[in-house]
Design a protein around this ligand. Structure first.
Ligand code: NAP
Length: 282
């Protein structure tokens, strides 16, 4: 029998997982909203994903986030998928239903779009060409959510072009999503309203993204999904030439809103205090 005062547990499943800031933000909200619950790290090896996911319901866990490298594998274990997760082809959130069944969601795109709107409330997806670098898991959520926001011209460029072609096909909007070769990336910035880096280049421990911004209008917004460091070499270069920049922290914070609400029954707020609490751990 469900009990509204029951202690609720959730967490984030991945490998490695100690670097994830999700426990900081969910436990901040748990305290703030006086919820009886806790959120932790679930370090799970690839071979154990099925047992761990199936164990959620048996252990009475409310649900969990799923991060790399389990986002696609975990999706296949769901009893039901949200239409968006189905289109993205990966999940980042599981909600255990009262009957024990597992529902999979992908909230990355929601978090991403909200982070752009937080940075500029007048932001729109249809104001001009959007150049997206990368075609991995994060890019899939970004492309689908930009399409849903009304993007009309997406230039998708990945080091391995076949993966960009595959993503463009899955996006099922051939008039909007066009792919280009990796060595066309500098020229593709001509006339763009937005540049988005979804590769891991520029992340802590990785070399900077190799791109020349000369052709990019200074009116373009430049967004990087990376949040460690908060300002990647790409964002620093863009800021120095006058572009508005958005880092990946807002995406991380905002994708947590629907998950927290589904597990704990309260729609939480992303505030400056929360942002500072997470930043203090960097
Ligand atoms: P992924 O699936 O492993 O994709 C990695 C992407 O980076 C691929 O497109 C890959 O191209 C590209 N890449 C790797 N090395 C490269 C190089 N030397 N030159 C050019 N491109 C290279 O990873 P993901 O899950 O999509 O994550 C991508 C980034 O987004 C990571 O930095 C991650 O931290 C960030 N992210 C942030 C959030 C957030 O909440 N802010 C959420 C999810 C992800 P190939 O296909 O050619 O290998």
């Amino acid at each position: 029998m469900s009990d509204s005062n029951q202690f609720k547990l959730a967490g984030v499943m991945g490998m490695p997982i100690v670097q994830s800031r999700s426990p900081i933000l969910h436990n901040y909200w748990i305290q703030k909203y006086n919820i009886r619950g806790a959120y932790g790290h679930f370090p799970v090896q690839v071979d154990n994903v099925e047992a761990a996911v199936r164990g959620l319901s048996a252990l009475g866990i409310a649900g969990c986030n799923i991060t790399q490298p389990h986002k696609v594998m975990a999706m296949k274990l769901m009893d039901q998928l949200s239409p968006l997760a189905q289109r993205v082809g990966a999940i980042n959130c599981i909600v255990v239903q009262p009957d024990g069944s597992l529902h999979g969601f992908n909230n990355d795109g929601f978090g991403y779009i909200q982070s752009l709107k937080d940075a500029n409330p007048n932001w729109r997806a249809d104001t001009g060409p959007i150049v997206i670098l990368g075609a991995g898991g994060a890019a899939r959520a970004v492309v689908i959510s930009l399409l849903d926001e009304g993007a009309r011209d997406i230039r998708l460029i990945n080091r391995t072009r076949a993966k960009a072609d595959e993503l463009a096909l899955a996006a099922a909007a051939p008039a909007v999503v066009k792919t280009y070769a990796w060595d066309e990336r500098d020229a593709a910035l001509e006339g763009a309203a937005m540049l988005i880096n979804t590769t891991n280049q520029g992340m802590y421990g990785q070399p900077p993204l190799d791109i020349k911004l000369d052709a990019l209008p200074t009116s373009a917004m430049v967004s990087d999904l990376i949040y460690i460091p908060l300002e990647t070499p790409l964002l620093a270069a863009a800021r120095a030439r006058g572009n508005v920049t958005v880092n990946g922290l807002g995406m991380l914070l905002n994708q947590a809103i629907p998950a927290f609400e589904a597990w704990f029954g309260v729609k939480p707020e992303v505030t400056e205090e929360l942002r500072q609490a997470v930043l203090a751990t960097f």
